[in-house]
Design a protein around this ligand. Structure first.
Ligand code: ARG
Ligand code: ZN
Length: 875
């Protein structure tokens, strides 16, 4: 059924307390839930009670302690209904039995490498017991866990530990946990197993003692230190920047090896995909260290933005996710380089969210309807949701933003809130009317800002004309103007020019707000012909259509005060040339000219100031990806033509830089043992960017450099970069390095995931056969989401090979989606999302992709997850 935002009604019943007694067993776990029900004063008096279930088996049921007569209720695996419940408070004791070992969906209670764990967001709790499984029903939980001591010496749940003990005359023991903070069922969690841990004491800014611990598989405690260190840093940061203190005696993080998503913010017991916890120099890259830091922070920040204040219903998902992504981005910006973080985030936004917005799965940041909520944990809700918060901050200013957050924490603490309640806090703190701004939550699609400038030298006047439009998206044909904060400057030969304007649209500090279809601004006393630098810091999630000649863009690269736009200027030159050259039958002459201009710019940059900020320089040198170019072309895309243009530009740039390479690579080498800090990581990033260019420009010499680097490296970052660069060079040396890598990391599944993915991304027609072969490799398993995302997800992200002209790439992925759907619908539906850009392809591939989607859609007994994506993709 379709669930609609406008159909929201408060629950007729509330559950104040939940007492869970869970006896863990690999196949027969017994769950006894004692729940205290109360009629909701805001609900319908005398309403029936229907509790949600999912694949549940009821073993016993009592009301106020007395077994309930079979005539008084009905039960199916999906629901437990009491048609005429008592019209006052009462309790139910519900006994169910679940099989964690058979739970391949990884929702509810399951076992991952012998560890019991749970995932209840969005609606997994109903797979454990019958419940009012909706986020606006918040309860205080007391949880007694019991298990065989040998199997599960560690027993964890939410809140504080209140008792432990042995079960006399048996091999079992128990632990009792109590969480004083009322919470929705999706934040419930338990863990049981044999786990090692690292721990640290922490005292919050308001003086509360907290025991922090990170639990990992036995033998892996040596890899848990970075996560714990990140946790301490993000806790301090949240105290300082948002005034938020932690609120329990313990905070536990547990890493498990089978997990559908990245991690989960269960109150006091965050459960993570081990990929985002485990790190040491030999098994994690610089990127992994940064991702762990960001995700540890993200889940921790949810304690306030998500847990203390949760969502009224799942339509409000961005209330917690967009805001929390914004918070984790800010944390990483403060810990590392703000401009480099911004560039990296914008790359992700464009590649994942802009492409979602441009295709059949486009939806607003707050969707209006859904069939399967798990399909809405999307780049639009998360990343665009974070951009909306960032714009809000720009619009109202830092002070009003902080006061608005304080007000939100004060006013909504302990509640299940809405976007309206959130925005009201900022309207109040800023005195601004945010009604128009709120359209960002309702309207899907990426706006385009079209800009053009005119300079009147005699009058020393510069006029900027701005327009906006948003293309139609499914179900939203007509689009209205949104509020677009545009940070800007006028750049002269020596840098920023002073800004003066008579127009009141101009705020005087480099911010113009385009909230209508069009706007003109006139700047006075402009003493030289300026180059406009628009959307500084990427001030809105929009496209910018501003036709500046290459020379003007090169001027921005050398003189703009805004680091983001310095980076953007050369990207724009590359995108424009690649879009032109990537269309079939286009003239390749222009591309050669661009290669010359970019090569010279990079060369000059590398010789002068690149070494001052290598992380930034690495971003400058990294061209937009072929997929970025395909998205920019937007229709009748021929992936092979795009790829060929991209390859030729990259190789030409590599050639232009060859003379610099040995000296630069030597200068960038890091000395001493590996350290994951941002500065060292930046040096490795630039050095490895150069390695990739070398491999393209001069394959034999590049291959030799890769072999040399692989042998000499003392860390995974450099070894993996050597492997990745080597994949660009076909031949026996590549195959030899692939084999050496596998030998070196046998028994390291997370490292072998990278090895699988590097091979899945090889842009050659043999790759499909290679991927099929790798599915038989002992390192691969269809049952583990990380393995599937690495190999099959990697292949589906391979622009030319997933989109093979013969359609075999589509057939391969769609067959796996169908097979996987029987065991794990969430992983299957994510994988099917790889088809989201099929409509932009040229007609031959479009037809083949549509056929593959049709085959999926017609498969009997599809999960709701996969059926929903297939239907929407085809609609
Ligand atoms: N709330 C988690 C996070 O973003 C994501 C959990 C999503 N899980 C799911 N099955 N939809 O931190
Ligand atoms: Zn989140």
């Amino acid at each position: 059924p379709l669930i609609r935002l406008e159909d929201y009604r408060p629950s007729d019943w509330l559950i104040d307390t939940v007492d869970l007694d869970i006896s863990l067993h690999p196949q027969k776990t017994r769950v006894r839930a004692l729940i205290a029900l109360r009629p909701n004063p805001e609900g319908q008096p005398g309403a029936p009670l229907t509790l949600d279930g999912d694949e549940l088996a009821l073993k016993a049921l009592s009301l106020d302690g007395k077994p309930l007569d079979a005539s008084a209720f009905t039960v199916t695996p999906q629901a437990l209904t009491i048609p005429a419940p008592p019209p006052h408070d009462f309790t139910l004791t519900i006994e169910t039995e679940v099989d964690p070992s058979a739970n391949t969906k990884l929702m509810g209670l399951y076992r991952s490498s012998k560890v019991y764990c749970t995932q209840c967001e969005a609606d997994g709790f109903r797979r454990i017991t019958y419940f009012l499984d909706r986020p606006d029903v918040m309860s205080v939980y007391t949880v007694r866990l019991e298990a065989a001591k040998a199997e599960a010496p560690v027993l964890l749940s939410n809140g504080n530990l209140v008792a432990t003990g042995e079960m006399p005359g048996s091999d079992r023991h128990f632990a009792v946990w109590h969480d004083p903070h009322p919470k929705p069922a999706y934040l419930f969690a338990l863990v049981g197993g044999a786990l090692d841990h690292v721990r640290q004491d922490y005292v919050t800014a308001d003086g509360q003692k907290v025991e922090l611990a990170v639990y990992v598989e036995p033998g892996k405690a040596g890899r848990a230190g970075w996560a714990l260190d990140s946790l301490v840093r993000c806790m301090r940061w949240d105290e300082k920047v948002f005034g938020r203190n932690y609120d329990l005696d313990v905070f536990n993080v547990v890493a498990v090896s089978d997990f559908n998503m990245g991690a989960m913010e269960n109150k006091g017991l965050n459960i993570f995909n081990d990929k985002y916890v485990l790190a040491d120099p030999q098994t994690a890259t610089d990127g992994d260290y940064a991702a762990i830091e960001a995700i540890i922070a993200h889940e921790y920040f949810h304690n306030w933005t998500g847990n203390r204040i949760t969502c009224r219903d799942w339509f409000q998902l961005c209330l917690k996710e967009g805001l929390t992504v914004f918070r984790d981005q800010e944390f990483s910006s403060d810990e590392r380089s703000r401009p480099v973080k911004r560039i990296a985030d914008v790359r992700t936004l464009r590649s994942t969210q802009f492409s979602e917005d441009a295709g059949p799965l486009a939806h607003p940041v707050r969707p209006r309807a859904y069939k399967e909520i798990n399909n809405f944990y999307t780049p639009t809700v998360y990343e665009k949701g974070a951009e909306v918060i960032r714009m809000l901050k720009v619009m109202i200013g830092d002070d009003a933003f902080r006061r608005g957050m304080d007000l939100y924490f004060e006013r909504c603490d302990g509640t299940a809130a809405t976007i309206e309640e959130f925005l009201a806090c900022f309207a109040e703190s800023s005195g601004q009317d945010l009604a128009h701004f709120a359209r960002w939550y309702e309207q899907a699609g990426t706006p385009t800002i079209t800009a053009s400038g005119r300079y009147d030298a005699a009058a020393k006047r510069y006029t900027l004309d701005l327009k906006q439009s948003t293309p139609p998206t499914p179900g939203q044909a007509e689009k209205l103007p949104v509020v677009l904060p545009i940070r800007l400057g006028l750049v002269g030969a020596l840098g920023d020019l002073p800004l003066q304007t008579s127009s009141n649209a101009y705020a005087g500090d480099g911010l113009v707000v385009l909230d209508d279809a069009a706007l003109s601004i006139t700047f006075e006393e402009v003493t030289e012909a300026p180059t406009p630098s628009l959307m500084r810091g990427f001030s809105a999630p929009a496209r910018l259509d501003l036709d500046l000649p290459d020379a003007a863009l090169l001027r921005l690269f050398s003189t703009d005060s805004d680091a983001f736009n310095r980076w953007q200027s050369l990207q724009t030159i590359a995108v424009r040339a690649l879009v032109a050259a990537g269309k079939p039958g286009s003239n390749q002459q222009a591309l050669a000219a661009t290669a010359g201009a970019l090569g010279a710019a990079f060369d000059g940059f590398l010789k002068t100031d690149a070494l001052a900020d290598p992380a930034f320089a690495a971003q400058v040198l990294r061209l937009p990806s072929p997929a970025d170019i395909a998205r920019e072309i937007g229709r009748d895309v021929d992936p092979d033509a795009v790829f060929a243009a991209h390859r030729s530009l990259s190789a030409a740039i590599g050639e232009a830089l060859l003379g610099n390479l040995p000296g630069l690579r030597a200068a960038l080498a890091t000395t001493g043992p590996y350290r994951p800090d941002a500065a060292s990581a930046g040096r490795r990033a630039l050095r490895n960017e150069l390695l990739g260019l070398a491999a393209l420009a001069e394959p034999a010499e590049g291959a030799r450099l890769c072999e040399e680097q692989f042998a000499a490296a003392d860390n995974l970052t450099d070894r993996l970069a050597a492997l990745a660069a080597m994949t660009l060079v076909p031949g026996a040396r590549r195959e030899a390095l692939i084999d050496r890598f596998a030998e070196a990391y046998a028994g390291e599944p997370l490292v072998l995931d990278k090895w699988l993915m590097a091979q899945a991304l090889i842009p050659e027609s043999e790759t499909l056969e290679r991927v099929k072969r790798l599915m038989q490799h002992p390192a691969f398993s269809l049952g583990n989401p990380n393995r599937v995302r690495a190999l099959i997800g990697g292949f589906a992200a391979n622009l030319t090979q997933f989109n093979r002209a013969d359609g075999e790439g589509y057939g391969f992925v769609s067959d796996i989606v169908i097979a996987l759907d029987r065991s794990n619908p969430q992983v299957a539906s994510r994988l099917l999302g790889s088809f989201k850009s099929w409509r932009m392809l040229e007609p031959g591939r479009r037809r083949l992709a549509q056929e593959a989607l049709g085959t999926v859609a017609r498969t009997p007994n599809l999960s709701r997850d996969v059926a929903d994506i297939a239907e929407r993709a085809l609609a």
